[in-house]
Design a binder for this molecule. Structure first.
Ligand SMILES: C[S@@+](CC[C@H](N)C(=O)[O-])C[C@H]1O[C@@H](n2cnc3c(N)ncnc32)[C@H](O)[C@@H]1O
Length: 331
């Protein structure tokens, strides 16, 4: 799913690489929220190709991958060497680096960055603003108090991210981001995360969780509307010397639908979705799981129930992604 969304963002990224000012020095590209880097290979390769086409085959390029300190940076560096799709393959004078620090803080010295890239990360809030009593995802709660707390946190986080990035961007630098978003009426996550929350409820009904423990299982993700993303720019047309060059919302298609339409195999479809959901949410759920239970046993049980639920009523999972391009004021 991540890769499908990234493919939709690539034309915006390519345009940024074609038009960014690279007249001085080595080019610095930053990949914010890189995880293990598998989904960064294609966009970084694209950037290297476009920049080298513009500036010559030997222009030095730094690629800085950033994520939280707990990230598996070893797998990232391993992939850079051994993944056949690595952007390092067949290139020289490309220098990968990594920073293990939240992007809600300064990461690089002022004016260092030419190009920034971030996908599927900015929906995570910097902190768990509030527990949701009625949903596993904070941003999908129907409680007005939870919705207000999430909206306020998301607004603060967006402005903080923009301010921090603007400081480290050079004049004329570009930043392209894609992250989970919402439309007026829906988010696209209703089926999948509704079933995950129902699986939590099943465990509560079976006495495996208390009411308080159920409430604490809250994933600190909020889903911004296009208006939320635009908000800091509305008054003067720019924010922290950044201008919004592109803003759109795309519906990401279900990566397992074609296989399911061909085979009709509900169990395989459910397993694919359960595994994909566990990959991004499992560590957080384990961290808030009841302390009295072994975390892996708890998460295994939850995702087994989730998979069973998904197999009973398979539907296409088509979430929204916001596509954003920003540019820093030129000299
Ligand atoms: C779903 S992964 C996306 C990985 C990759 N960019 C992709 O598109 O597949 C989200 C990543 O964002 C990282 N992340 C979340 N909050 C972050 C923060 N405040 N600072 C840096 N990274 C963060 C997570 O640790 C995780 O690796």
């Amino acid at each position: 799913m991540q890769a499908i969304g990234i493919a939709a963002l690539l034309p915006v990224w390519e345009a940024a690489c074609r038009t960014v000012d690279i007249s001085d020095g080595p080019v610095t590209i930053v990949d914010y929220g890189c995880s293990q880097g598998r989904n960064s290979m294609i966009p970084m390769r694209k950037a290297i190709d476009v920049l080298r086409f513009r500036a010559g085959a030997t222009i030095p390029i730094e690629v800085v991958h950033t994520d939280l300190p707990s990230n598996d940076f070893s797998s990232l560096f391993e992939a850079l060497i051994s993944d056949p799709n690595s952007y390092m393959t067949g290139t020289s004078d490309v220098f990968p680096l990594a920073i293990g620090k939240s992007y809600f803080a300064p990461l690089l010295s002022p004016g260092r960055v030419h190009l920034g890239w971030s996908t599927w990360a900015l929906q995570w809030m910097s902190t768990n603003a509030i527990d949701a009593p009625d949903h596993i995802l904070a941003g999908m709660s129907s409680s007005p108090a939870v919705a207000a707390a999430v909206a306020a946190q998301q607004a603060r986080d967006w402005e903080c991210f923009l301010t921090q990035r603007s400081r480290e961007m050079r004049p004329g630098a570009k930043l392209v981001a894609g992250f989970t978003a919402r439309a007026e009426a829906d988010t696209g996550w209703e089926w999948l995360l509704g079933e995950l929350w129902s699986a939590v409820g099943d465990m509560r009904n079976d006495g495996l969780l208390s009411e308080r423990e159920e409430e604490q299982i809250t994933i600190p993700i909020g889903l911004r509307s296009l208006e939320d993303i635009q908000a800091p720019f509305r008054q003067s047309g720019s924010f922290a010397d950044l201008t919004l060059e592109h803003l759109d919302r795309v519906k990401v298609s279900d990566p397992f639908r074609r296989e399911f339409d061909g085979s009709g195999d509900r169990l395989a479809f459910a397993r694919h979705h359960a595994n994909m959901t566990r990959a991004w949410s499992g560590p957080l759920i384990a961290s808030v799981a009841p302390h009295a239970r072994k975390q892996t046993v708890f998460v295994d049980e939850l995702f087994s129930r989730f998979e069973h639920r998904l197999s009973k009523d398979p539907r296409p999972h088509e979430p929204y992604m916001a596509t954003v391009a920003l540019s820093k004021k030129d000299r």
